[in-house]
Design a protein around this ligand. Structure first.
Ligand code: KG4
Ligand code: ZN
Length: 344
């Protein structure tokens, strides 16, 4: 007899995307939808928290309805509702949380609060029917390089939901470094895609930007590299030379990717990892993807581009793993804007 399929409705609203998805057995995306606010926040050069919350309020129920309709499902086909509990912007998290609670109350479905970082990790498990074959899933132990707009961490993933944090950024996250550097180069928000685009035909060896090595640790520090770019820009302007944005962007990108690559490979060797799993918005970066995929020592899992940045499928996938533990959350669950991954 085949086992019953478990379907989780995942809801995400931690930053500037309102997203939902229905995921089967932690892997197959039945339907998903992402409503992004990027065009609204572009004019502010970053995410404007109050505006973000208001947009989530407008989008959350239509986005959920969309995934239910696309899947031709009713709530009786769903087994639980998983929602991002943190980390993220408090006002944004509350909107997804309240929507999830409302649905749980109305339908009687159990509620599961998900750590957003755990969600990013589980992006490497999902696939859709557009994939030609069902892709393999990562094996344990795996080294996770989690690089988003708010976090940069090296994690040992011992088994499902079993994390050991090996190190992380002491100041700016990798995505934040892209965003801040883009701004000082006059490129639009979000900085990661802008830098990638601007640097596509640039010379990555044109400039040397120092990234702190933090030897003997799995820690990072990215605040210096931004200052290093700033100093170079100021010197170019003082000397009346032409600002070669393409070369600056490509050189910056190479410096950041090199250090992320070095630390992840080092950790994978030290912990005899079977795989490297890359997660978070910066995993969309072409230079980073190519750098990891060119090496053949470790099998590397990187989500499909549409699941690198925030999405509902990753919350549904992580929700499934939590569902299997049988531990659910009550309607008194509150958001945790600073929730670290290591609480588990
Ligand atoms: O995971 P995410 O969508 O949101 C957070 O949880 O923070 O990550 C957003 C971050 C932003 O800093 C953005 O600039 C960066 O991911 N990002 C990229 C690229 N696409 C998004 N960074 C580098 N290259 C990209 N192609
Ligand atoms: Zn994220």
């Amino acid at each position: 007899m085949s086992q019953k399929t478990i379907r989780i409705l995942g809801i995400e609203s931690s930053c500037d995307e309102t997203a939902a998805a229905i995921v089967e057995d932690g892997r197959r995306i039945v339907s998903d939808f992402i409503s992004t606010q990027i065009d609204i926040h572009k004019q502010y050069g970053g995410v404007f928290p109050e505006v973000a919350s208001r947009q989530h309020v407008l989008a959350v129920y239509p986005v959920i309805d969309e995934v239910m309709n696309k899947a031709h499902m009713s709530y009786s086909d769903i087994d639980a509702i998983a929602v991002t509990r943190g980390p993220g912007l408090a006002g944004s998290l509350v909107v997804g949380m309240n929507a999830a609670k409302g649905l749980s109350l109305a339908t009687g479905l159990p509620l599961i609060g998900i750590n957003h970082l755990e969600g990013h990790i589980y992006s490497s498990w999902v696939y859709s029917d557009r994939d030609e074959t069902i892709p393999p899933e990562p094996e344990f132990p795996a080294i996770v390089l989690l690089v988003s707009g708010g976090h940069s961490e090296v994690i040992l993933l011992k088994d499902h939901l079993q994390y050991e944090r090996l190190g992380g950024t002491l100041d700016d996250a990798a995505g934040e470094a892209f965003d801040k550097t883009a701004r000082l180069l006059g490129l639009e928000y979000p900085g990661g895609p802008s830098i990638q685009k601007a640097g596509a035909n640039g010379d990555p060896d044109a400039y040397r930007f120092n990234v702190a090595k933090m030897p003997g640790t799995y820690d990072f520090s990215f605040s210096g590299v931004k200052t290093s770019v700033l100093r170079t820009v100021q010197k170019i302007q003082k000397d009346g030379e032409l600002l070669r944005v393409a070369d600056l962007a490509a050189s910056f990108q190479k410096s950041v990717v090199s250090i992320l690559f070095e630390k992840a490979i080092h950790a994978a060797r030290e912990y005899n990892a079977k795989n490297i799993v890359i997660a978070g918005g910066v995993s969309a970066n072409k230079c980073l993807r190519d750098t990891f995929l060119e090496q053949k020592e470790f099998k590397v899992f990187i989500p499909k581009l549409s699941y690198c940045t925030d999405n509902g499928a990753m919350i549904g996938a992580a929700g499934y793993r939590r569902f299997l533990t049988g531990k659910f959350d009550g309607l008194d669950m509150d958001v945790l804007p600073n929730w670290p991954l290591s609480r588990i």
